[in-house]
Design a protein around this ligand. Structure first.
Ligand code: C2E
Ligand code: CA
Ligand code: CA
Length: 711
């Protein structure tokens, strides 16, 4: 039923209803007609019967009266022949079946029979009912009419006369009349039935026409509403004429239109929210991806150049100037980049609508260049963009002090797989960061290989500790003037069956980006605390063993707690332990780092700032954090013998600074005697490097100490 269109359903229902109504109506009329016919027939039959009987009675009364008067004298004198004559006369009259005359004693004088069969008999037994003969009267009995009349002679009753009349002819007449009436009624009924049928047909047709008309006024607008709702979905707003009237359907149509407008408005808002960056007003990451996939769908052979820009020092800017200033900076940056893009498009005759700038999140931005753009052109754009972030800009410039790194990847030059291109541009950007930031790097296939290697390392690292692939080596730190070992730096080693020896310089940066760094950190702490007593014992005096702690470790577990508890458990003197951390750990400048370092310091553990001089750490950190010493980075040591006096001066001033701040120093990377001499000349006291020894596993180190002592 639901599949039948509403219009047909409506027509069917309406017609069926009308037909049912007509049939019921006809049946009722027909029944009523039947009943009417019957009563007409009954009434007319009785009426005819009664009027005929009355007619017979009144006529017979006249006849009987004249007979009684004719019999007056014969009855008085019992003149039988005269009576007989009169009776014969009357018997010849139609309808009269018998006549009887009696005297005033109710005894039969003449009964109409030739032999006077009942002469002298009392009348009563001859009559079906008792009749008073002193008065005129009549009785209707079945098919007979019995009439009586007193016979008077000079005013005195001398007898009576009785007359039997047959009513059969009357009945016949009544029957015939009834037949005639019935025939008339039947034909009238037939005509009425015919009329009724005509009426039903006419009414049915009328009902159909009416329902069609009605359905036109009801179902057509409904259909129109249905069609309109579909056309709204297709973005066609114009109301059809049928819905332009002011009736309910018109109002409904208008509501549809308003509702659709509201929905479209909401959709637009949602789209704006979904595709736009609220802060800068440019497209967001979704928009960025959408542009790429739309273009590839429209132009399967088209070329796309992607640029990914990341501000190198936005975090620092945000922290030092506040988030509001950070937001403002991003807005200004977008405005400047937009200007650069406008100018570049003009210069390289590129349609502006083929170039999109989007904010991918935080301080990361993306640029899409659609179509064939030469390498030269892309280079021109990146150069112009880099001038926006030129740190040499005058101080008044809103982007003063900002640096950015840019990654570039080209589809389909770098990959035929469009879903990979965004990954490639991220790799290129990452490479720009790794290579020292503030530069533009184009994607190269080796980056992919590196990524693959990184993935393999990540997977293998997860199992490294459990499979016993990790161990510690100890590189001695030496007092330059005496040559005595004063301490060791604990360094991790990883030997994997498949990957071979993997340098911590390679795997630690990877580990630091995942929770596995916690596992590695715990292993180092556990192992070093276990080894310190052995190393001290073999030397016969206290040595300081330093272990490296990654910045990320502080966030994964409580390094201070682990060390303090571990020292107690292994009975290690805090004075025999020092912790090395790089500037990045301080750069995070998090309360967590500061708090843990303070606890360690309070416990008596030395805290060394590793790779000093390579990062951005400001000297104020040396005061803010509980640092006890510096490890002068190998890069300074390597330049000691460059012959450039300023390299020596720099080295010397680092040591001088540390000394003045009351910090201890360890010079890293002393590889030969010359470097050792120069370092000593500059004021270095403790040094570490291949000149003395490289890192050795505990057993070998113990053996080496033993041999040294015995030598
Ligand atoms: P680092 O903390 O600066 O460690 C010193 C690195 O310099 C060690 O490399 C050491 O073998 C190397 N080295 C020492 N003397 C010389 C020398 O005379 N010449 C040269 N060219 N190199 C020298 P290694 O062991 O490969 O470690 C590299 C980096 O990995 C370390 O740099 C440190 O940042 C990290 N690392 C190593 N072990 C650990 C660890 O247990 N925990 C953490 N968090 N990081 C570690
Ligand atoms: Ca170190
Ligand atoms: Ca170092």
């Amino acid at each position: 039923m639901n599949r039948i269109p509403i219009r047909t359903r409506y027509l069917l229902l309406f017609s069926a209803g009308a037909l049912m109504l007509m049939l019921l109506f006809s049946a009722a009329i027909y029944g009523e007609l039947q009943r009417l016919n019957q009563s007409i027939s009954d009434v007319s039959q009785k009426k005819v019967h009664d009027s005929l009987v009355n007619e017979v009675i009144s006529r017979s009364e006249v006849l009987l009266e004249s007979l009684a008067s004719s019999l007056s004298t014969p009855a008085k004198y019992q003149h039988l022949s005269a009576i007989d004559e009169q009776l014969k006369l009357i018997s010849a009259t139609p309808l009269v079946r018998q006549a009887l005359v009696c005297d005033d004693n109710y005894e039969v004088l003449h009964d109409g029979t030739p032999g006077l069969d009942s002469f002298g008999n009392s009348v009563d037994p001859l009559l079906p009912v008792r009749i008073s003969l002193s008065q005129a009267g009549f009785r209707v009995l079945n098919n007979q009419l019995l009439m009586n009349q007193p016979i008077l002679h000079q005013g005195e009753q001398v007898g009576g006369v009785l007359l039997w009349l047959s009513l059969v002819p009357v009945k016949r007449s009544v029957y015939e009349t009834e037949q005639a009436i019935n025939t008339v009624l039947e034909s009238a009924e037939q005509q009425f039935m015919l009329f009724l049928i005509y009426m039903v047909v006419a009414f049915g047709l009328l009902a159909l026409i009416l329902s069609a008309l009605l359905s036109n006024t009801v179902t057509r607008p409904v259909q129109a509403l249905m069609d309109y709702s579909q056309s709204l979905a297709l973005g066609r707003w114009e109301l059809p004429d049928i819905l332009k009237k002011g009736d309910e359907f018109g109002r409904l149509g208008l509501s549809f239109k308003n509702m659709a407008a509201q929905i479209q408005n909401n959709v637009r808002n949602i789209e704006t929210l979904a595709f736009n960056d609220q802060l800068t007003g440019i497209g967001n990451r979704t928009f960025f991806q959408q542009q790429i996939s739309d273009y590839v769908t429209d132009e399967p052979d088209g070329k796309i150049t992607l640029l990914q820009i990341d501000l190198d020092n936005f975090k620092w800017f945000n922290e030092t100037r506040g988030f509001h200033a950070g937001d403002l900076l991003l807005k200004k940056m977008v405005a400047h980049c937009g200007k650069v893009l406008d100018e570049w498009c003009e210069q390289w005759v590129v349609k502006r609508e083929d170039v999109h700038l989007a904010r991918l999140g935080g301080d990361e931005f993306g640029i899409i260049l659609l179509g064939d753009i030469s390498r030269h052109g892309v280079h021109g754009l990146t150069e112009n963009l880099m001038t926006v972030f030129n740190p040499a800009q005058d101080k008044a410039h809103p982007l003063h002090g900002m640096q950015a790194s840019i990654g570039v990847a080209i589809y389909p030059l770098n990959t035929c797989n469009i879903s990979e291109i965004q990954h490639h541009v991220s790799l290129a950007l990452n490479e720009a960061k790794v290579r020292g930031k503030n530069r533009v790097v184009y994607f190269e296939d080796e980056m992919n290989a590196r990524l693959q290697r990184r993935y393999e390392l990540e997977q293998a690292l997860l199992k490294a500790r459990r499979q016993g692939e990790l161990f510690m080596v100890y590189q001695p730190q030496v007092n330059i003037s005496t040559g005595n070992v004063v301490g060791y730096e604990a360094l991790m080693r990883w030997q994997n069956d498949k990957l071979g020896f993997v340098s911590p310089a390679e795997f630690f940066p990877i580990a630091e980006e995942s929770p596995v760094v916690q596992e590695l950190g715990e292993f180092v702490i556990e192992q070093v605390l276990q080894d310190i007593p052995l190393l001290c014992e073999s030397h016969g005096h206290k040595v300081k063993v330093s272990l490296n702690v990654s910045a990320a470790q502080f966030f994964y577990h409580d390094v201070a707690d682990l060390l303090i508890k571990g020292m107690k458990a292994h009975n290690v003197d805090p004075a025999a332990l020092s912790v090395e951390l790089t500037e990045t750990a301080l750069l995070e400048k998090d309360q967590i780092v500061l708090e843990q370092l303070s606890r360690l310091r309070s416990a008596g553990v030395a805290i060394m700032l590793d790779d000093f001089g390579t990062g951005y750490a400001s000297l104020s950190y040396l005061k803010e954090f509980p640092i006890t010493g510096l490890k002068v980075d190998r890069s300074y040591t390597a330049r000691l013998c460059s012959g450039d006096p300023s390299d020596f001066a720099l080295f010397e001033s680092l040591l001088f600074l540390a000394n003045n701040l009351g910090l201890s120093t360890v010079v890293e990377g002393i590889e030969n005697e010359h470097e050792e001499q120069q370092a000593q000349l500059a004021g270095a006291k403790v040094a570490q490097g291949f000149k003395y020894a490289k890192g050795l596993p505990t057993e070998e180190q113990l053996l080496a100490i033993e041999m040294q002592i015995s030598a």
